[in-house]
Design a binder for this molecule. Structure first.
Ligand code: IPD
Length: 278
């Protein structure tokens, strides 16, 4: 798919055009708020564990996005990270549904480590001013440049990304480290944790990493990146090797199916439950 338009943005058209444009504009507005807040004092609270952080900026940005979208698209449904943390149900229905993560990598944001993003069919890496977009059948782009995954099929030549997830109990940490060890024993060039699952998934879409896996990843961490990776030619699947289940809190993604299957086979499952059963 070729980029079109004067500034090389993703091609226009299709029934979701208005939604896509709204998402891009809101991502850019939210990015301004997040960049400003990055250098200010933060009010930080915890959610499911001491490592699962939320700030007032997460709430402000999520409220802005939901308010704007609900006004503009009153018949649409919403799943949003902080609303879910406050007890809202995460249910996928046939109705158009927006899946919103106001700041992915809140821990990085709190520490001023410059990798935070906002996602909704669109992922904005605001500190680097990189706008990632993916639209079904229309390709994936970063600042107008078409994205393409790596074609690597050999695990012994792969750079693999993952994230730790929110739990820190000994049993979970043991499984997490043992999964990393299994991939390193299989000869992977490296296994990296950068602190934002969403941005790690963007690296995969851009071909600067070969695979990603995680247990404990929520639907709002994964939804936008899934479209972008698939449009960049990659695969996103369940850690069992079966089809992706967005609500299952587990994922393997790779540039090739061969690579995804090899990683899925190497992993031991960490059970985080389901987003739609909380
Ligand atoms: C989290 C980050 C983190 C990953 C967690 C995610 P949040 O998102 O992406 O890297 O390990 O599983 O939930 O809470 O910062 O939006």
């Amino acid at each position: 798919m070729k980029a079109s338009g004067e500034d090389g943005e993703a091609p226009a058209g299709g029934p979701w055009e208005e939604c896509f444009e709204a998402a891009v504009q809101l991502a850019l507005r939210a990015g301004q708020i997040i960049r400003k807040a990055l250098s200010e004092e933060k009010c930080v609270s915890t959610k499911t564990s001491a490592a699962d952080l939320v700030t007032e900026t997460d709430h402000v940005v999520e409220a802005l996005i939901l308010q704007e979208l609900q006004t503009r698209f009153p018949s649409h449904r919403f799943i949003a990270e902080e609303a879910a943390a406050a007890g809202a149900k995460c249910v996928l229905t046939p109705s158009p549904t927006w899946i919103v993560d106001p700041i992915d990598g809140t821990c990085n944001f709190v520490h001023r480590f410059p990798t935070v993003a906002l996602e909704f069919g669109v992922i904005y890496h605001c500190t680097e001013e990189r706008l990632y977009t993916g639209r079904r059948g229309q390709g994936a782009f970063c600042n107008g440049q078409q994205l393409r995954v790596s074609g690597e099929t050999d695990l012994s030549k792969a750079l693999v990304l993952t994230e730790i997830g929110p739990r820190r109990d000994p049993a979970t940490l043991k499984l997490f480290l043992s999964n990393m060890e299994r991939l390193l024993h299989a000869g992977a060039h490296g296994v990296r944790v950068i602190g934002s699952s969403t941005l790690a998934l963007c690296h995969l879409a851009a071909g600067t990493a070969d695979a990603y896996y995680q247990f404990g990843l929520h639907c709002w961490d994964l939804a936008a990146a899934t479209v972008i990776i698939r449009e960049a030619g990659g695969v996103v699947m369940d850690t069992s090797g079966g089809p992706l289940d967005l609500m299952s809190c587990r994922v393997v993604a790779a540039g090739t199916r061969e690579m995804a299957v090899l990683i899925a086979q190497a992993l031991q499952t960490i059970n985080y439950g389901r987003d739609d059963e909380r």
